[in-house]
Ligand binder design. Structure first.
Ligand SMILES: [Zn+2]
Length: 112
């Protein structure tokens, strides 16, 4: 059996706490619950300095999300946080212009 990717809240707990608060403030109750269980499928990988976006679902490169896609822009105190939601499922967390988040590799280096 393939190992599941880690939960985003285990890798970036502060980010998820912030997203939950922002989603509740926007009245997005369903998303404020499901965001706690999204998994870190991968990083954006675009290489831009200002971008720390996270893929939370497998998605074929270059394919449109389809008609069920919607964008949920949030209002963090710094930078931009935008969720991409397809059919009620969070597939992508756009993290733009934000202070550097602790990376998983650095977290693994910490003493237990
Ligand atoms: Zn990117």
């Amino acid at each position: 059996m393939e190992q599941e990717p880690p939960l985003v809240r285990e890798v970036f707990p502060e980010l998820i706490d912030e997203l939950v608060a922002l989603l509740e403030a926007e009245g997005e109750r369903d998303l404020s619950i499901t965001v706690r269980d999204v998994r870190m499928v991968g990083e954006c990988g675009c290489g831009d300095d200002f971008c720390q976006s996270i893929r939370t679902a497998d998605h074929p490169d270059g394919q449109p999300y389809g008609p069920d896609h919607r964008c949920v822009p949030l209002l963090p105190s710094t930078g931009d946080l935008i969720l991409d939601v397809v059919a009620g499922r969070i597939v992508y967390i756009e993290v733009l212009g934000r202070p550097p988040m602790r990376r998983p590799a650095q977290q693994l280096d910490l003493p237990a």
